[in-house]
Design a protein around this ligand. Structure first.
Ligand SMILES: C[S@@+](CC[C@H](N)C(=O)[O-])C[C@H]1O[C@@H](n2cnc3c(N)ncnc32)[C@H](O)[C@@H]1O
Length: 259
C-alpha cells in the first residue's frame, strides 16, 4: 500500500542535490529545540556506546548524542549536509562523530552495526520497507525513528489558501503495519514541532520557505498566499499549525545476544 500510494501520488522524495541546497539554513531552523530533546529523551541510552544516525543532516541529533556515547556514525546522501556536520563538530570540539556519505538505497555492507540506530525526519523514501529492514539489521539494542503525521509538511490550510495541491505523504499507520509484518510491535509517540514556516522574517521569506516544499509559486498563488499571510499575523508568525511527527521505537533482540 505504501509503494502504491507513493506511485499514485507521484511523490518523489527529494534528492541529494536538493538537500545540498538546504544544508546552510537547516541547522538554524527554530523548530529543532524541543524536538531534539523529545527524541533523545525517548532513546535507551543507558549503557549504549554507539549510535547510527541515518539522514543525519548537519548533525541535529548526532552532535548532542556524541556527548552521550563513544561514537556516532552519521550517514547522509548530501555531501553539503555532511560538510555542515563536520564544520559544526569542529566548532564544538566534537571528535567522535564519523560522517559517512551514504544513501538509504546504497550498499551498507561497511556500515557498522551500532547499539542504537536512529532515523529522524529522514524516513520519507520510496522503499520504506527496505529502509526499515536496513535499520533493524544495524541496531543491537534499539531502533528509533520519526515519520511525518498528517499527510505532509505544510498546514493543508496554507496549501488550500495558495491553491496548491501536493502529493500526500503515506500515512504513518502504514509504517506500523510494515513493522507488524516484520514481527515488530513498535511503540508510538507523537512529537510536536513548530511549523517549518514559523518565525519567517516577512512574507518573502515565508513564500521562499514554502516554495521549497511546493516548488515555484506563480503570481496568482503568491497573491492568494499573501492574503492568507496578512489576514492573521499571529497565525502567519506560527506558520500555520504545528508539525506532528510519529516517533516509533522498538527494542532489538538479536539472535547472537540470546543466552
Ligand atoms: C529533514 S532532514 C533531517 C535531519 C536530522 N536527522 C534532523 O532530524 O534534524 C533529512 C535528511 O535526510 C537526508 N536524506 C534524505 N533522503 C535520503 C536518502 N535517500 N539517503 C540518505 N539521506 C537522505 C537529507 O539529505 C537530510 O539531511
Amino acid at each position: 500500500m505504501y509503494r502504491r500510494e507513493i506511485q499514485e501520488q507521484a511523490l518523489v522524495p527529494k534528492g541529494a542535490d536538493e538537500w545540498d541546497g538546504r544544508a546552510g539554513g537547516y541547522g538554524a531552523h527554530p523548530s529543532h529545540g524541543g524536538y531534539v530533546d523529545d527524541f533523545i529523551a525517548r532513546m535507551r541510552l543507558d549503557g549504549a556506546r554507539s549510535v547510527l544516525d541515518v539522514g543525519c543532516g548537519p548533525g541535529t541529533l548526532a552532535l548532542p548524542l556524541a556527548a552521550r556515547v563513544d561514537e556516532v556514525v552519521a550517514l547522509d546522501h548530501s555531501p553539503r549536509m555532511l560538510e555542515a556536520l563536520r564544520d559544526r563538530a569542529r566548532e564544538l570540539g566534537v571528535a567522535n562523530v564519523r560522517p559517512m556519505l551514504r544513501a538509504w538505497e546504497d550498499d551498507w555492507h561497511d556500515v557498522p552495526v551500532c547499539d542504537i540506530a536512529i532515523a529522524s525526519r529522514s524516513t520519507l523514501v520510496a522503499d520504506l520497507d527496505a529502509a526499515l529492514h536496513k535499520l533493524a539489521r544495524h541496531a543491537r539494542r534499539q531502533v528509533c525513528l520519526s515519520y511525518p503525521v498528517g499527510g505532509g509538511f505544510v498546514d493543508p490550510a496554507i496549501l488550500a489558501a495558495a491553491g496548491v495541491e501536493l502529493p500526500r505523504v503515506p500515512d504513518h499507520l502504514l509504517l506500523l503495519g510494515m513493522l507488524h509484518r516484520m514481527g515488530i510491535v513498535a511503540r508510538l509517540d507523537l512529537l510536536h514541532t513548530r511549523s517549518r514556516l514559523a518565525g519567517c522574517a516577512d512574507f518573502d521569506d515565508f513564500a521562499r520557505r514554502l516554495a521549497w516544499t511546493t516548488g515555484p509559486l506563480d503570481a496568482a498563488a503568491l497573491q492568494r498566499l499573501r492574503a492568507w499571510y496578512v489576514a492573521d499575523p499571529q497565525r502567519a508568525a506560527r506558520g500555520g499549525r504545528d508539525m506532528v511527527w510519529a516517533f516509533v521505537a522498538w527494542d532489538v533482540e538479536r539472535a547472537d545476544d540470546a543466552g
